[in-house]
Design a protein around this ligand. Structure first.
Ligand code: ZN
Ligand code: ZN
Length: 137
């Protein structure tokens, strides 16, 4: 099975040939910037299973956890595509909105709920973490 996706303008395309490890919603403050005020929707894959074509811009920052994060997006259309922590190079996070089929998976948890605004809709049927959860892999 291959999972495919890309950015809004089509200049970046990717293909993943592994099953996803996890899917989570993230309400951290930084994600709210990236997701237009909502939570980001993130799918974790093994990084050795992804092939990426096209140019990306890398926004590097230090997370509250102290991790060095790389968030990559299409410089032409601005679509957020990937996130990765330098300390955990075996994993890549793909933004669900960049998948060709955004209904392929369902979220398994909501993280960083402590930073969500009061009006945020958070699914009570999913496990919640106030901050960073333990590593998925
Ligand atoms: Zn693009
Ligand atoms: Zn986040």
């Amino acid at each position: 099975m291959a999972i495919t996706g890309g950015c809004l303008c089509g200049k970046v395309r990717f293909r993943v040939t592994a099953e996803p490890i996890a899917m989570r919603l993230c309400w951290c403050r930084l994600c709210q910037y990236l997701a237009a005020g909502n939570a980001t929707v993130n799918v974790v894959f093994p990084s050795d299973a992804i092939t990426i074509e096209g140019e990306l811009t890398d926004y590097r920052s230090i997370a509250d956890s102290g991790r060095v994060m790389h968030r990559r997006f299409c410089p032409a259309c601005g679509t957020q595509l990937f996130s990765a922590a330098e300390e955990r190079p075996h994993l890549i996070i793909v933004r669900n909105g960049a998948l060709d089929d955004t209904a392929l998976l369902k979220p398994g948890a909501t993280i960083w709920t402590a930073q969500a605004p009061e009006w945020a809709w958070i699914d009570d049927s999913l496990p919640q973490h106030a901050g960073q959860p333990p590593p998925v892999a």
